[in-house]
Design a protein around this ligand. Structure first.
Ligand code: E4P
Length: 317
């Protein structure tokens, strides 16, 4: 699975590029608004035009950058898409136009019409706000180069519909969340779902299966990703690309035993070994005092399992 970074923050894009892991960038009006407002509040003289050019130049022609339209009718989206492409693709030849699958303004098929017109004009389209396999199928048929199922927001929606409280980064089990049994009516437990979709990962899985079965030539960008485990699961589900927020990218590198192992290896570097490699040994971590040695170790808490989370949510153990 390719890795896109889901941000309009230049420092985050530069950092992730320097790690050698980024294949592209996705933005949306909310991300650009948030970043330009942040820079202005910090006293920087920026405008959106300049900021978008900086993003495009920070990556290059090998790294597509999605820019979203704002119009809600096909003619408006096509005009904006063509204007955005004409204006910005010359900066680094990497612009992809983001079109919502359904704008909910007037006729519901404006997004598909816009995708078809832009595809006819050989402008690559990332079809966004995809929440069903059916939408993905139609967007691909209309000519989208990419479809973006919003995995995290599906999980949010399923939880919201059921009145379950959650925080944005909370894990949601890929296999779904069991609905509570209705004891009075003796109804069997079933999975919570959105028209048969039991989780964001399930949405990506079904789109990937459908595209594979019917040889649909369209790239799946798993979007709205909230935690490392969800990234792993959309990759296993067959997403071609995951567009990942910077904080989640960083979290993907963390493990308590990697940290512990590094501390032990570093503590065991003797001068003779270091001399073989050149330079001087890195500073040793401070040794704990006898009093500290009797304290319980400050290991990160183990992550709760999906079932722990479900039980806790329901007031269980
Ligand atoms: C990317 O294309 C999407 O705009 C983005 O992933 C949405 O993420 P969110 O649901 O966290 O806002």
């Amino acid at each position: 699975m390719q890795v896109f970074v889901d941000t309009a923050n230049l420092d985050e894009i530069r950092a992730a590029m320097s790690w050698g892991v980024v294949d592209g960038v996705t933005t949306n009006p909310s991300l650009i608004k948030k970043e330009v407002e942040r820079l202005k509040a910090a006293g920087q003289q920026v405008d959106m035009d300049c900021h978008i050019r900086n993003i495009l130049q920070t990556v290059d022609a090998e790294h597509p950058v999605s820019l979203e339209v704002t119009a809600t009718d096909a003619a408006g989206m096509v005009a904006q898409g063509k204007a955005l492409f004409q204006k910005y693709n010359q900066v680094a030849q990497n612009v992809v136009i983001k079109i919502p699958v359904n704008t909910y303004a007037g006729n519901s098929f404006e997004g598909l019409r816009a995708i078809k017109s832009l595809d006819d004009a050989e402008i690559p389209v990332n079809c966004t706000l995809v929440f069903t396999p059916e939408q993905a199928l139609l967007a691909a048929a209309a000519g989208a180069t990419y479809v973006s199922p919003f995995a995290g927001r599906v999980d949010d929606y399923i939880r919201q519909q059921s009145g379950i409280e959650f925080s944005k980064g909370d894990y949601f089990p890929a296999e779904g969340w069991e609905a509570e049994a209705d004891e009075e009516e003796d109804v069997e437990e079933d999975m919570l779902d959105d028209n048969g979709i039991v989780s964001g990962v399930d949405l990506v899985t079904k789109i990937a299966d459908l595209f594979e079965k019917h040889e649909v030539d369209c790239n799946i960008i798993a979007a709205s990703l909230r935690n490392p485990r969800q990234v792993r699961q959309v990759a296993l589900a067959g997403a071609d690309i995951g567009t990942i927020p910077f904080a989640v990218l960083k979290a993907m590198m963390q493990h308590a035993k990697t940290k512990e192992g590094m501390e032990k290896f570093t503590a065991d570097i003797v001068p003779e070994y270091q001399a073989l490699l050149g330079g001087s040994a890195p500073a040793q971590p401070a040794r704990p005092t006898p009093a500290q040695q009797t304290q319980p170790s400050a290991q990160p808490k183990p992550q709760p399992s999906a079932h722990d989370l479900i039980n806790r949510q329901r007031g269980g153990g």
